[in-house]
Design a protein around this ligand. Structure first.
Ligand SMILES: Cc1cc2nc3c(=O)[nH]c(=O)nc-3n(C[C@H](O)[C@H](O)[C@H](O)COP(=O)(O)OP(=O)(O)OC[C@H]3O[C@@H](n4cnc5c(N)ncnc54)[C@H](O)[C@@H]3O)c2cc1C
Length: 403
């Protein structure tokens, strides 16, 4: 590599979670000098990647999401080739419940239609088959299900470690931790990013700050319309090891303040073996900002989840153990999707600032890094991100003159 000013980079990535590390991985493959700034330590538990398992699933109610998950698969394979540690444990995805329910994840019949449109195979299930084959019990008679075999539990910690190790060893990437970006100025066509470890300069920025998006965007005088969920999860001890669950999600109508939507994982070797994780996919008290987050789950959300486990699952002790929370920022887009866009035009050279925030991005980690690298370097990507480029609706101005 040619001699350069050590504080000068081609691209600075702000936010060193899985999406920031994946962006740096793809930038480094294109031989681009990249700095990643992480405000805490790498692979921390303080953002949206807390806990270590995520669901990889193809069912979505929209065909474009099904297509995007399919497109992510070769990127997962590429990452897998870098490590002997399995990044995804392929156990399948089971979606079941009331076919009339429109949940935050969509609707079972709509997902079946989207899978057919994208030529993805799946099996439809009756209530009796759900109970016989998948060990749930006391399900209402009208419940139906679908099983899609490519679903998996993602080992998110191993995924981040693989990306971290690659970047650490790359001559093109510098990783800094405990290096929060506290100020961004646009000077002579470049961005000057201030941190407690010094001032760094680059022509382009990639912003992947997870739930801390508003704090980082404020440095460029804009914000994002989002809500913050501190999601509760717990582990339940396995009493019958012969019973194996896939990753699953149950679609049910809310009952009073019980959002009544739950999802779960099989036992995984990398996280509390001997237990399965079940979590609620509703939040009784959304937060106004990430500062309000606590590591203690809302007890009512936990009670509703444990009650459902006790009534409908078999082979488990229905007492929640190892409880935790994880913070996610969700855009106010109706289906709470990803936001991938350039910064708003109020930001100088706004197309040199690429942003990914909000939504359920665990399953897209290797692919979104490639997309953000494309956008930063080429200003475009071959992937269809038109559904996520909603900055004009969800970015808000913080400039005094606009208020
Ligand atoms: C409970 C829960 C369950 C989920 N389940 C699924 C699932 O099953 N499937 C799925 O696909 N997705 C799921 N998701 C979503 C998925 O986990 C996230 O989309 C993904 O982990 C986000 O990664 P990230 O890199 O964007 O954010 P993060 O992991 O939050 O990383 C952002 C990083 O930016 C850093 N940062 C912020 N501000 C600054 C600054 N000023 N300077 C420097 N660094 C900064 C933060 O410290 C943080 O480390 C779930 C999320 C939660 C919370």
């Amino acid at each position: 590599m040619p001699e350069t000013d050590p504080n000068n980079f081609d691209v600075i990535v702000i936010g060193g979670g899985p999406l920031g590390l994946s962006s740096a991985y793809h930038l480094s493959k294109r031989k681009v000098r990249t700095l990643v700034l992480e405000q805490f330590t790498y692979i921390n538990q303080l953002g949206s990647s807390a806990g270590v398992s995520r669901q990889f699933r193809i069912p979505y109610p929209d065909a474009y999401m099904v297509k995007l998950v399919k497109q992510s698969m070769p990127y997962w394979d590429e990452l897998q080739a870098l490590t002997p540690v399995p990044l995804r444990d392929k156990v399948g995805t089971l979606w079941f419940g009331d076919p009339a329910v429109q949940s935050t994840e969509g609707n079972i019949k709509a997902a079946e239609a989207a899978l057919r449109e994208q030529d993805v195979s799946y099996v439809s299930l009756t209530q009796a088959e759900l109970e016989q084959q998948y060990h749930f019990r006391n399900l209402p008679e009208n419940y139906v299900g679908l099983f899609q075999e490519d679903g998996a539990s993602i080992d998110l910690k191993a995924t981040q470690t693989t990306l971290y190790d690659w970047n650490r060893d790359s001559p093109y990437v510098e990783l800094r931790q405990e290096a929060p970006a506290t100020r961004i100025r646009h000077v002579h066509g470049k961005y000057e990013v201030t941190t407690p470890q010094g001032v760094f300069v680059a022509e382009k920025l990639v912003l992947t700050p997870g739930p801390y998006a508003d704090d980082v965007f404020a440095l460029l005088d804009f914000g994002v319309a989002a809500t913050y969920w501190s999601m509760a999860s717990a582990f339940y001890r396995i009493t019958d090891p012969a019973i194996r669950y896939p990753t699953w999600f149950v679609f049910q109508n809310p009952v009073g303040d019980n959002g009544n939507q739950f999802y779960g994982f099989p036992e995984v070797s990398w996280n509390y073996p001997g237990y399965v994780r079940v979590a609620s996919d509703f939040v009784m008290a959304p937060l106004a900002s990430p500062d309000q987050r606590t590591p203690v789950p809302n007890p009512r959300e936990l009670d509703y989840t444990a009650d459902w486990v006790g009534r409908h699952m078999t082979g488990l002790e229905p007492t929640p153990c190892y409880t935790s929370t994880c913070l996610v920022a969700l855009s106010k887009i109706a289906n709470k999707e990803l936001l991938i866009d350039f910064a708003p035009p109020s930001v100088p050279n706004h197309r040199n600032v690429v942003i990914c925030t909000t939504g359920w991005a665990g399953k897209f980690v290797p692919l979104i890094g490639a997309i953000l690298a494309d956008l930063a370097l080429d200003g475009r990507t071959r992937f269809d991100i038109s559904h996520f480029a909603n900055g004009n609706q969800y970015f808000t101005s913080r400039r005094k003159s606009d208020q």
